[in-house]
Design a protein around this ligand. Structure first.
Ligand SMILES: [Zn+2]
Length: 94
């Protein structure tokens, strides 16, 4: 009977210990997730800024009609940018 109670007490204290360890683990896990989330949030904000700046940086002017268009969509011939092939041909023929 005495051994049974002692076993029960040790089992209970063991359970309490594991519960304590578990809560500690969860606490650290929450902190880790928080740090991870904070870093990710900063990264995404930084990326958003970059994508906002890019289209302004890459805007060029059509040499023929003066329309503004993204550099990637413009036609570059002899250091001159054109919005379309027609304007490019018109500018060369003139
Ligand atoms: Zn044009």
């Amino acid at each position: 009977m005495y051994i049974g109670v002692a076993n029960l007490v040790s089992l209970m204290s063991y359970e309490r210990n594991t519960y304590h360890n578990m809560s500690k683990l969860i606490f650290y896990l929450v902190i880790a997730i928080l740090i991870y989330w904070l870093i990710n949030n900063r990264k995404s904000k930084h990326m958003k800024k970059e994508t906002l700046i890019k289209p302004i940086e890459d805007m060029v002017c059509c040499t023929h009609c003066g329309i503004h268009l993204p550099k990637s969509e413009a036609i570059l011939i002899h250091k001159d940018y054109f919005c379309c092939k027609e304007h490019c041909n018109q500018h060369i023929s003139h």
